[in-house]
Design a protein around this ligand. Structure first.
Ligand code: FRU
Length: 528
């Protein structure tokens, strides 16, 4: 029996989604059925289809008490909404059903594990919310919360863990049938440090000054296991932050890929490091191995997962053909609250991306299913332009898959390039454009949406290093009305941004300061 809260949400979304025309949404990126969407949840296969749930507040285009929205797809591009799966309707989740995972059980049931949130107290303007892990079981559409919920609570955690930051379980089942969950928590370990003061004149010549330092270990990923999916226990720490990558971590994922172990997670409050980690709250990737002695992850390399502005809270799924596919919330916590309340939907997912590890880096590429949406190929070879901005016949649109190869070679002994800046402007009309530009002398690529129609002084630009390979810089740009995803050098880096420019602004132009040569192929992406 579903609760009143869930019935209300289901009735509401069914009525209010009708107010949104298909052309007011992205065509092939999943967007909120109505109201607000954040993290992808329970990205998984069930009965031959992909299921994607999401953090959902149907009644408002801003974050609020979290429900789970739900959609299914056969190809990850055409989505069908299903009724909301979870509502905050129990004492242990009355303030929200936060992020979690899903899996198909051997008996054909779909299991969900999510974080139940209930407010304990308010301190100043901060709500202290107890976070516990809960399970629900269903048939792919309707779910029953287990009467023994929550199945993991603060008391199950190692001593120094916070009761307010324990969330986002990722679940899977081992070959032997054991259920496993990896969830994030926050360690508040205090460390005693003894300092010796040489200048003081105590009897032995050394003054022992005891200083208590609050050394927070910060975000960590904990592993839990269960034999029956109801009774869970803590196993060990899989990875600890030690304050290196932000403070608290969120939305962990871990898998083996191309012979390496990979951890993906999103970190809160990151400090930038060169051109890495500029998003405040951003998603990182660790590539390494597990130490066979301790079971702890040993990171050999780390990197930002996306170098644009809008990317957070990733999840992955293993496709039947073995591809590891990642999706994420295409937004940023620092800029997602500036829209008016009156808009009927807010929040969309990124394009699903195929992952691989090459040369110690995470590579991403649009799922190959996207090729089936390509129509009306337009191609230009070796276009040469000089100090000008040009348009090319047939190259325009807001549903676009475009591949570009730019020649980047020094043209004299002193290492000068024939151009200082090359740019592609899209979503363009007489007042607007959003751009991606390359400066060869700095080897930097920049996305810039300051002329996209925003009336706010928020972050509009982001830069990433990009080196040409054999004298060529390769870009693949995917536009889906309100977003741009730029894949650099066959997926070595990706820059993702959302933009809210009127869809009638569909011009695309090419600009150079100096002389440049490029080839470009553009397809329209078919909707529906
Ligand atoms: C990440 C996150 C999760 C949490 C959810 C709440 O964006 O903060 O940690 O489960 O959003 O909506």
């Amino acid at each position: 029996m579903s609760s009143q809260a869930l019935r209300d949400a289901r009735r509401y979304e069914e009525v209010y989604e009708k107010m949104i025309l298909p052309e007011e949404r992205p065509a092939f990126h999943l967007s909120s059925r109505v109201g607000w969407m954040n993290d992808p949840n329970g990205f998984s296969r069930y009965k031959g289809e992909y299921h994607l749930f999401y953090q959902y507040h149907p009644y408002d285009s801003h974050w609020g008490p979290m429900h789970w929205g739900h959609a299914v797809s056969k190809d990850l591009l055409h989505w069908k909404y299903l009724p909301a799966a979870l509502a905050p309707d129990m004492p242990y989740d009355r303030d929200g059903c936060f992020s979690g995972g899903a899996l198909e059980m051997k008996d054909g049931t779909q299991m969900l594990m999510y974080t139940g949130v209930s407010k304990e107290m308010t301190v100043g303007d901060r709500n202290l919310e107890v976070q516990t892990q809960c399970v629900a079981f269903g048939d792919g559409e309707d779910y029953t919360k287990y009467e023994g919920n929550p199945v993991l609570v603060f008391e199950d955690l190692p001593e120094e863990c916070s009761r307010y930051d324990f969330r986002d379980p990722r679940i899977w089942q081992e070959e032997d049938g054991t259920y496993k969950a990896a969830a994030v928590s926050y360690s508040l370990r205090k460390q005693k440090e003894v300092l010796h003061d040489r200048n003081s004149d105590n009897s032995d010549g050394l003054l022992a000054t005891t200083m208590i330092r609050e050394e927070e270990e910060g975000g960590q990923i904990l592993l839990f296991s269960s034999k029956d999916s109801y009774h869970w226990k803590f196993e060990r720490k899989l990875a600890v932050n030690g304050y290196r990558l932000g403070r608290m971590w969120e939305c962990p994922d871990l898998f083996e890929l191309d012979g390496k172990q990979v951890i993906l997670a999103s970190a809160m409050d990151m400090l930038p490091d060169g051109l890495e980690y500029h998003n405040g709250n951003g998603t990182f990737c660790l590539i390494g191995e597990y130490d066979p002695e301790t079971g702890r992850f040993r990171s050999e390399a780390d990197q930002s997962v996306d170098y644009g502005i809008d990317f957070y809270a990733e999840q992955t799924v293993l496709a039947p053909d073995g591809r590891r596919i990642m999706i994420a919330w295409m937004q940023n916590w620092d800029t997602c609250n500036l829209h008016t309340k009156s808009i009927p939907w807010f929040g969309q997912m990124t394009l699903p991306r195929e992952l691989s590890v090459k040369d110690g880096r995470l590579y991403q590429w649009p799922i190959r299913e996207l090729l089936s949406l390509r129509r009306d190929k337009v191609s230009f070879e070796n276009v040469c332009i000089k100090d000008e901005e040009i348009e090319l016949d047939g190259i325009r649109g807001r549903l676009v898959d475009m591949e570009l190869e730019l020649k980047v070679e020094e043209d004299d002994e002193e290492g000068h390039y024939p151009f200082t800046k090359f740019a592609i402007h899209f979503a363009r009309d007489y007042r607007h454009h959003t751009g991606i530009s390359y400066r060869p002398a700095e080897s930097t690529l920049k996305v810039d949406r300051k002329f996209s129609g925003s009336r706010r002084a928020i972050i509009h630009q982001r830069r990433a290093y990009a080196e040409p390979k054999d004298g060529v810089l390769k870009l693949r740009i995917i536009l889906d009305r309100f977003s741009a995803e730029v894949f650099v050098n066959d997926g070595e880096k990706v820059m993702t941004i959302t933009l809210f420019t009127d869809v009638r602004a569909d011009g695309i132009s090419f600009f150079v300061d100096g002389e440049a040569e490029f080839s470009v192929t553009k397809y329209r992406l078919q909707e529906g």
